[in-house]
Design a protein around this ligand. Sequence first.
Ligand code: S3P
Length: 426
Amino acid sequence: MDITIKPIDKINAKITVPGDKSISHRAVMFGSIACGDTEISGFLTGDDCMSTISCFKKLGIDIEVNGENVVVHGKGLHGLSEPDGLLDVGNSGTTIRLISGLLAGQKFVSRLNGDASIQKRPMNRVIKPLSQMGANIKSTNNGYAPLEITGTELKGTEYHMPVASAQVKSAILLASLYAEGETTVIEDMPSRDHTEIMLNYFGADIKNTGGRITSRPVKELYGKPLTVPGDISSAAFFIAAGLLTPDSEITITNVGINKTRTGIIDALLEMGADISIINERSAGGEPVGDLIVRTSELKAITLSGDIIPRMIDEIPVFVAAALAAEGTTVIKDAQELKVKESNRIATVIEEFGKMGAKITETDDGMIINGKQELKGNTVYSHLDHRIAMSLAVAALNAKGDTVITDADCVGISFPNFYELLDSLRK
Ligand code: S3P
């Protein structure tokens, strides 16, 4: 599907964005290996989370989906059964990496694969630490999917992560539930901690002492009701739209504001953005708030170090803000962008380039001169949801219309994105 985005004059709106993708995946996975029912509200019904549901159904779990309300009838830590055929993770890196940790300690063999993008995403980053725990995982494709996992007994380990990755950390923590002895993951920079929060909420024993995350096995986990907050990664597109469009104000209610995810807000505040967070509260151990965003004159900054993992998924839309800011923005330490759903350094530079932006590629990021006027053009999503949505936001303040080809990939994380974007015009 192609979509045409026309420029917008001003925005005055109050919206909510769909549920958090990371938390929705985890609710299904952890609910499946917990005893009893996990009733989830605010579940993200995007394609990635539906891939997780279909995998766990194949592993013998009964899951009822009623729009954003999902009930997982968990069978306890040892209740999964051998899947009949391949587990298809679709486009979802979170599904394949987390599930690998979980399947490593089962008593059966599982085969995993996904789409063309998944088959280019590095899996050695989970194969290595899981193998150190005794896991038997084979890639038939040189460190990429497809994978074959022969469940086996596992032993606890200590693993110092070479990259900040919540997916790797979570895979190890899931395997630790089946391992003998304790497991410690050491992270130099904090990555999102939804796994630690939700597993503990279900009865696990995981502690973080200054970046050493230690898990001691427990006998069982217990399902509990969960409310998934709105996804800050999805809110980011509307935050940028509100900041960059003249005379605008946009309120986004019920957004997850876990500190391991709010790098985008911190970066924009440092650039001079007018963003306030009100009604701070908590849901299932996760902090939530409402955001009010007003048109702002932004100033360039340098992004590097700890903030990068805290906003890794928001960097493509951050580029749209940097292009409008005054001065030169530098993004460093962001090599991980190269192994996302697309190579996001390359795809951002290529597609924003088609709209007239000149961005310099570096080994670990980009250099972006500000105050660049964008022109509408035909641009390509590269089948990457966040690239499509970042281009759509930039298009709101470009000169002329923009056509995004293969635009329907937004269904991965934000099924109603274009409808919500269109509602800003009313
Ligand atoms: C995610 C972790 C991040 C993020 C991805 C979701 C998660 O990936 O980019 O969209 O749910 O754990 P990495 O662990 O590769 O950094």
